[in-house]
Design a protein around this ligand. Structure first.
Ligand code: NI
Length: 201
């Protein structure tokens, strides 16, 4: 029986713990190799949980497993026109290490599955090197830019008990998603009304 064939059984989805749970504030333990079957299964289930949420990243502490393992993706829709960022399907990174390769910092919006309903502007390095292991214990390394670098910094922070709120330096940008959506809908309706008024002139 092969593993990758779509199963008629739905993938189990793990509960995601929310801010206030002490596991989110612990420094997670390194993973040792070879990986147990349980941990390989956990990586699969974390990917399914991330996709179902939906989210673009999930660290093991968020499913109450205090180990240095994370999953993430870089959806094409999140890249804008940054030529240096390539879309990536679901990735698993174990015992990751990050190293900034430039002092450049960029503010960008972030949310977190452990802090649902909120979004804020977070400063992050725009270019970094990363290194970690895959499920087979092979080294995975590369350079990440833009959104890719942002996701990695957010998820690796989870392994150190750090949440994006801790990284914010302008709390005025923190907002409820539903409030932002209401404002956007109002602005779109206003723009449409202005446009129609224009055409009547
Ligand atoms: Ni998060």
């Amino acid at each position: 029986m092969t593993h990758a064939i779509a199963s008629p059984l739905p993938q189990p989805i793990l509960p995601i713990i929310r801010m206030g749970h002490p596991t989110l504030r612990r420094v997670a333990e390194p993973v040792s190799f070879p990986l147990s079957e349980n941990l390989k299964q956990l990586a699969d289930t974390m990917v399914a949980t991330m996709l179902a949420a939906p989210g673009v990243g999930l660290a093991a502490p968020q499913v109450n497993v205090p180990l240095r393992m994370l999953v993430y993706s870089v959806p094409a829709a999140r890249i804008d026109d940054d030529q240096k960022v390539q879309p990536l399907g679901p990735q698993v990174l174990i015992n990751p290490e990050l190293k900034p390769l430039s002092d450049d910092i960029e503010y960008g919006p972030e949310g977190c599955l452990s802090i649902p309903g909120l979004k804020g502007q977070v400063p992050r390095y725009t270019h970094l090197g990363y290194r970690g292991m895959d499920l087979d214990g092979q080294t995975v390394e590369g350079e990440a830019f833009g959104f890719h670098a942002r996701v990695l910094q957010h998820e690796v922070d989870h392994l150190d008990g750090v949440l994006y709120l801790d990284r914010m330096d302008d709390m005025e940008s923190l907002a409820y998603l539903d409030v932002l959506m209401e404002l956007e809908a109002d602005a779109a309706a206003q723009a449409l009304a202005d446009h129609e008024a224009c055409e009547e002139d």
